[in-house]
Design a protein around this ligand. Structure first.
Ligand code: HEM
Ligand SMILES: *[C@@H]1O[C@H](CO)[C@@H](O)[C@H](O)[C@H]1NC(C)=O
Ligand SMILES: *[C@@H]1O[C@H](CO)[C@@H](O)[C@H](O)[C@H]1NC(C)=O
Ligand SMILES: *[C@@H]1O[C@H](CO)[C@@H](O)[C@H](O)[C@H]1NC(C)=O
Ligand SMILES: *[C@@H]1O[C@H](CO)[C@@H](O)[C@H](O)[C@H]1NC(C)=O
Length: 482
């Protein structure tokens, strides 16, 4: 945890570096873009808010104050104007994404390079399509793990669902990568330390994303050992690397599905394969785990919506996924969760290509400017989502075309989420099973440390990494093995 004290201590270092790196005279080109005047000259306010885990709220507030286009730094802007956002997401990713590298190698998420990217996307893309997910063999990977998850819950028990859903999501994506019997089995109590390791690792995430050279220097000089949390972050990373290698080495190469396919069809290095695996393990579990956590927390506080969902679920056989998929209220509940509790609410930066771009008919933005939109703000616009702060599943019954323009839960454009089908199927199956079988509520005494505000590490989690829910059995699940 980066304490305020630590931030203050490091401010001079961050400050000095920020001044050196970010006072570009060319940046005066953004002087006409609205924003705090300080941001014309320096990136310090943005860095301070980002590293202090307040970036998303800070940018949201700037949009409220300055409108749809704001300057964040001398060479960086944020946009919150849905009709303009689509085309920007064909631009290349900024250096921010280097922070997702692993084993010193690039992977699908991190690489800005089109050639690098398309090799990976081409060979894995097909396996992440909805058609593929809906094949019985594949659907059963998801149903299996959901069933295991349900079976760990007993009547009238209080459960930390944040752990539970992260375990489940990790086991699902692992099932697709390594084959059902290999890889992670967190729900069965194996390798659960990896969960803690992911959380330790993220403590330096923004540092690597925003100040990579300084952060590397702090590590190589040994200074990092004295910064609270940094030693643990490195240990967490090492642990995840070791686990990734262990899973890769242990699985049956003929049956490892996604991994096998990728290895058969490409000739990357061992580190590159490892980086790819680790990337999908990470991107694939936290997002889904967080989404399910906020969804169940919301329904536990809103019994009427929960009851409506339960009634709807009584009308289908959960083993029939095609029918589950068509349930309008379930669909609405999932989309509202993704809208208001986006597990990636944060800005997704791209680079303005050569030639620049004109935005909102009057702002000339030069090449190399970093530009981003953030789901958090895109999803909170009254013009696109009436009563935008309210959780209204029915709005998705017949969503206006406008809503689609502003929708960004899975990103946008060529680099949008490859895992969205696996995520949607997993979430719908899990929520279906949960609310057909159980009624949930918050405990009478919520643990003191619990805080369902979000921790802003680009991918978010509940602030205290915990969420308690009481389960009461109200039905039996549909039993039949998928
Ligand atoms: C609710 C669940 C999920 C959410 C909200 C989510 C969200 C996102 C978003 C917003 C992006 C674009 C990021 C950006 O441009 O900055 C993205 C990309 C990506 N996601 Fe997901 N994701 C989810 C589940 C998954 C799953 C299950 C996987 C499984 C492997 C996955 C793998 C990826 C990968 C590999 C990319 C990079 C794609 C590329 O660069 O071509 N995600 N995701
Ligand atoms: C985070 O940002 C919001 C919006 O700008 C602001 O009100 C709040 O004070 C900030 N929090 C911190 C700790 O800086
Ligand atoms: C759970 O609580 C309900 C209501 O208090 C009770 O009827 C039920 O028997 C309890 N179940 C178990 C397994 O104790
Ligand atoms: C998904 O289905 C395909 C085609 O039937 C099969 O080859 C593949 O092994 C399945 N994937 C998993 C993870 O079971
Ligand atoms: C970090 O250093 C490398 C050269 O070692 C340089 O190419 C890169 O631009 C630097 N990154 C930042 C964000 O300053």
């Amino acid at each position: 945890m980066i304490s305020l004290l630590l931030l203050l201590e490091l401010l001079p270092v961050v400050g000095a570096l920020a001044i050196i790196t970010s006072v570009y005279f060319k940046s005066l080109a953004l002087k006409n873009v609205p924003g705090p005047s300080l941001t014309r000259f320096t990136k310090i306010p943005l860095l301070y808010q980002t590293i202090g885990l307040n970036r998303t709220r800070y940018i949201h507030e700037l949009h409220r104050k300055y409108g749809p286009l704001v300057r964040l730094a001398p060479d960086e802007i944020s946009i919150n104007h849905p009709p303009s956002v689509g085309p920007l997401y064909n631009y290349e990713r900024s250096h921010f994404y280097n922070a997702f590298e692993a084993f010193g190698a690039k992977n699908m998420f991190s690489t800005p390079d089109r050639a690098h990217h398309s090799v990976r996307r081409k060979h894995l893309g097909g396996e992440y399509t909805k058609v593929y997910m809906l094949r019985p063999e594949n659907l059963s990977v998801i149903y299996d793990r959901v069933r295991q998850m349900i079976h760990t819950i007993s009547d009238n028990s209080t459960v930390d669902v944040f752990y539970l859903f992260n375990y489940m999501a990790q086991d699902i994506i692992s099932g697709f990568f390594f084959g059902n019997q290999y890889g992670s089995h967190l729900l069965q109590g194996q390798d659960t330390e990896v969960f803690h390791a992911w959380h330790m690792r993220r403590q330096t995430f923004h540092w690597f994303a925003e100040l990579p050279n300084l952060t590397k220097l702090l590590y190589s000089s040994g200074i990092a050992n004295f910064i609270p949390g940094w030693k643990e972050a490195a240990k967490g990373e090492q642990f995840i690397n070791d686990m990734t290698r262990k899973w890769m080495d242990k699985c049956d190469p003929e049956k490892a599905h996604l991994l096998t396919k990728l290895m058969k069809e490409t000739s990357l290095s061992r580190d590159e394969y490892s980086a790819e695996v680790m990337d999908h393990m990470g991107a694939g579990h936290e997002t889904t785990g967080t989404t399910l956590t906020f969804l169940i927390d919301h329904l536990s506080k809103n019994p009427e919506q929960q009851q409506k969902l339960h009634q709807e679920l009584l009308t289908v056989d959960l083993n029939d996924f095609a029918a589950v998929d068509k349930l309008p209220y379930l669909h609405g509940v999932v989309l509202e969760t993704l809208r208001l509790y986006s597990s990636i609410p944060a800005s997704e930066p791209r680079i303005v290509p050569s030639g620049g771009v004109t935005l909102l008919d009057k702002y000339t933005i030069p090449a190399s400017t970093v530009i981003s939109a953030q789901p958090y703000s895109m999803h909170r616009q009254e013009e696109y989502f009436e009563r935008c702060l309210e959780f209204i599943p029915e709005r998705w019954n017949e969503p206006p075309a406008k809503a689609k323009t502003a929708w960004m839960a899975f990103g946008k454009g060529t680099r949008g989420c490859i895992g969205q089908n696996i995520a949607m199927v997993s979430i719908k199956v899990a929520v279906g099973q949960l609310y057909k079988t159980f009624e949930t509520r918050k405990p009478d005494v919520v643990p003191e440390k619990e805080d369902m505000d979000f921790k802003d590490y680009y991918m978010i989690t509940p602030k205290a990494d915990t969420c308690s829910v009481v389960f009461r059995m109200v039905g039996v699940d549909d039993g039949k093995k998928h």
